[in-house]
Design a protein around this ligand. Structure first.
Ligand code: BGC
Length: 755
């Protein structure tokens, strides 16, 4: 950190970048990563015993207190608690606080709970540590474009190390909502559209946050959210109704939650939406039948922000008292910010509408988790000034942030040899996001600070590039008056790099857009730049797939950078200058126009599949069926050629597996990391099946000229689905195996599963 700052001051930033590159190789010294596959974590007998012994001493009001989660605030002077909440903590009416952070402040609050309440039960401290605490990594959608599970686990681990140093012991992450609709702003927070990739990433993030042992001081509870199907909001409008079949719910939306559960996640957050006409915070099908009974989940269920109260406007209860009854009986253990349990739960118990046993069970989960965190042994174990100073925003963490940002970059187009840029060229660095520190953090950036961010302009200057800078315009509004300044810069340079996209606030919660083209005057900027005739590269920062049809036709190269986080600038500059080779692959489809939405790769054939010569087939009159950029797509500076798929057998039984291999060769002149993807199509099923489903991928790094044989193994479990009668199994018959660099450009082979 100090050396980054110092280097920026003396203009020697190029050295820092080089040093960071070298340091990347040495990461294992500074980050202890335990990439074990954890089995489902159970609460221990000792935790239950401690919970039971405390329960025996608690009044009903104290029990309800444990089920209550209130927020802390942050004002100019720092963290602060609303006066009423202070009294509530002292009265034992609050079991957990969120948004409180920094070790000193959390210590003060904990002291009140432990030393000034009747039973001295410690507080949980939660926060949205979503893509980093202070060291900010790319937004989750961007990081998912790396398809790098170890890297994703590592950044979650670092987020937990920093958050726990600052007094936190619980994060409201990972967000694992499958999102097939780019209008929905919260696509930014998840892993994209695919259930298979999303499930692997879900488990990786849980392992990263929770580490090997939740009792360790540098691990925190994960909270998988938003349960369930929040991403299926109709028309991509946030908080909107979800109405999907049970099959789609179970096959597409639930597996990433199940994967989190299997990775040992300790808490679940209910979603705002309804599913099949029942709001998630009152949905006993989701919370009892599936989560507790089918999956055997043992941890705690917390609501999303005031979502118990919101069951009143949902129209499923008449008032908050009824909402409390519905939620607790459905299986909600903790009420986030709504104060519905706080106000009504004891009354509902006294009136016989809620049983004491139901309340006790919720409190048991909460107390047992506090025990597992070690809070009863030492309530002050999370956070210390020393740890904060040493571990938060450390150089080692910045190194990982740089690497993670590089891996998240997806090269979407590269023509006329636009990229990489030769060091001898002068560069016009233009656009509203070329030097905008705050926007690069995206949204849900924890304690991330704009001042920490290194922008692309800073990074270009630090390597001594010959740069002409002009902002040109904003990301929103209509003001085109300064576009001419960008044109002047462009005219002086050999090549133009325009940084365009969305502002951070345009994606995330409550940030749905009906128009997913580049907002504001940015197309006018691009037009003016194109008119100079200079090579034009677009670098995009955005939280969702955009409709880039127009941009593709008006530039030479496009690099998708998402919101790349603290080290985004150096990461982008390394890739633009060819010091690093882009390897990201889209975790979500980019449509040609918003009218195609929802559009996703694992669609079905329909009874009238597309036929250009037949009007009465499934298509649009005004746009093609195919997306602009398919799921799994991404270019690099190398050329990769694929051999033919080779199968170990073409017929196999349920007890056997088939090995599928393919040779990939780097015919380019730079080393590259290729993500080889395997999809499966069940040709005939008892229900209609998608044309392809991702079932495996492997990343191989190839030196120029190198060839590698990439091998997959397919078994009956990879072919299973919810059959006509909703049993999960594979049906005998023919399956098409598809192998390739993305979901579109595949080679096929057929295998037969025998009876
Ligand atoms: C969001 C959650 C978040 C919570 C607490 C809600 O508005 O939907 O994702 O965890 O706030 O900040």
């Amino acid at each position: 950190m100090d050396c980054v700052k110092q280097a920026l001051l003396v203009g020697g930033y190029k050295n820092v970048i080089n040093r960071l590159m070298i340091k990347k190789l040495l990461l294992s010294f500074s980050i202890l990563l335990l990439l074990s596959s954890l089995s489902a974590q159970q609460l221990s007998d000792r935790a239950w015993a401690r919970a039971d012994s405390l329960l025996g001493q608690m009044t009903l009001d104290e029990k309800v207190g444990q089920m209550t989660l209130f927020t802390s605030d942050w004002v100019v002077t720092g963290p602060t608690l609303r006066p009423g909440y202070r009294d509530d903590i002292l009265a034992g009416k609050v079991g957990a606080i969120f948004n409180a952070h920094t070790s000193e402040y959390n210590h003060q609050l904990q002291k009140m709970a432990v030393e000034e309440t009747r039973l001295g039960i410690p507080l949980l401290f939660g926060y949205d540590v979503v893509h980093g605490y202070r060291t900010i990594f790319p937004i989750p959608l961007g990081e998912s474009a790396s398809w790098d599970l170890q890297g994703i686990e590592q950044t979650a681990r670092i987020a937990a190390v920093e958050a726990s140093a600052a007094g936190l012991n619980w994060t409201f992450a990972p967000m694992v909502d499958i999102a097939r609709d780019p209008r929905w702003g919260r696509v930014a927070e998840g892993a994209g559209e695919d259930t298979y990739l999303g499930s692997l990433i879900s488990a990786a993030r849980v392992r990263g946050f929770q580490g090997q042992n939740i009792g360790d001081e540098n691990t925190i509870l994960a909270c998988v959210k938003h349960y369930a199907a929040y991403g299926a909001a109709q028309a991509g409008r946030d908080y909107n109704t979800v109405d999907i079949s049970d099959r789609t719910l179970r096959e597409i939306y639930l597996p990433p939650f199940k994967a989190a559960k299997d990775a040992g996640v300790y808490s679940f957050m209910t979603a705002f939406n309804d599913v099949d006409a029942v709001p998630c915070s009152g949905n006993s099908y989701l919370l009892q039948d599936i989560l507790r009974k089918e999956w055997g989940f043992q941890g705690m269920v917390v609501t999303d922000y005031t979502s118990i109260n919101e069951m009143v406007p949902h129209g499923i209860v008449a008032n908050n008292a009824e909402a409390a009854t519905l939620a607790v009986n459905a299986g909600v253990d903790m009420d986030m910010q709504g104060a519905v349990y706080y106000d009504y739960l004891a009354k509902q118990v006294k009136e016989g509408l809620v049983s004491v046993e139901t309340v006790d069970q919720s409190v048991r989960y909460i107390l047992a988790l506090k025990y597992e965190l070690g809070l009863f042994d030492d309530p002050y174990r999370y956070g210390s000034k020393e740890r904060e100073a040493e571990e938060v925003f450390s150089q080692a963490h910045l190194n990982v942030a740089l690497e993670s940002s590089i891996k998240s970059l997806v090269l979407l187009k590269n023509e006329r040899g636009a990229l990489p840029i030769s060091a001898s060229k002068s560069i016009a660095v233009v656009g509203p996001l070329a030097d905008n520190k705050a926007e690069m953090l995206g949204n849900w950036f924890g304690d991330g600070r704009a001042d920490d961010v290194i922008t692309p302009l800073m990074a270009f200057r630090a390597i001594g590039a010959d740069v002409y800078y002009a902002k040109g315009c904003e990301t929103s509004g209509e003001d085109e008056s300064r576009i001419s300044e960008a044109v002047v810069a462009a005219e002086q340079a050999d090549i133009i790099v325009a940084f365009v996209g969305e502002s951070g606030y345009m994606s995330g919660e409550a940030a749905s857009r009906s128009d997913i083209t580049l907002p504001g005057p940015q197309r006018a900027l691009i037009s003016a730049l194109e008119a100079t005739g200079k090579p034009l590269v677009l670098v995009l920062m955005n939280g969702r797939p955009l409709d880039l049809s127009w941009e593709v036709a008006h530039c030479d190269a496009i690099l998708e950078a998402w919101f790349p986080g603290t080290m985004g600038g150096p990461a982008i500059v390394e890739v633009l200058m060819g010091e690093a080779n882009p390897s990201g692959r889209l975790p979500i489809t980019f449509p040609r126009s918003v009218g195609q939405v929802p559009i996703f790769y694992n669609a079905k054939n329909t009874g009238r599949p597309f036929d250009a010569n037949n009007k009465y087939t499934s298509k649009y009159l005004d746009v093609e069926n195919t997306p602009l950029f398919p799921f799994g797509f991404g270019l690099s500076y190398a050329e990769i050629t694929y051999g033919k798929p080779v199968l170990s057998k073409t017929e196999f039984s349920a007890s056997e597996t088939v090995k599928i291999s393919i040779r990939v060769t780097n015919t380019g002149d730079v080393a590259t990391t290729e993500t080889v993807q395997l999809y499966v199509h069940d040709l005939v099923g008892s229900v209609t099946r998608p044309l392809k489903e991702l079932k495996g991928f492997q990343q191989v790094t190839l030196a120029p000229g190198a060839t590698q044989q990439v091998e997959f193994e397919i078994g009956v479990n990879d072919l299973a689905f919810y059959t006509r009668d909703m049993t999960w199994k594979a049906e005998p018959g023919d399956f098409e195996i598809q192998l390739g660099p993305n979901s579109r450009d595949v080679q096929t082979a057929t295998i037969k599963l025998t009876d």
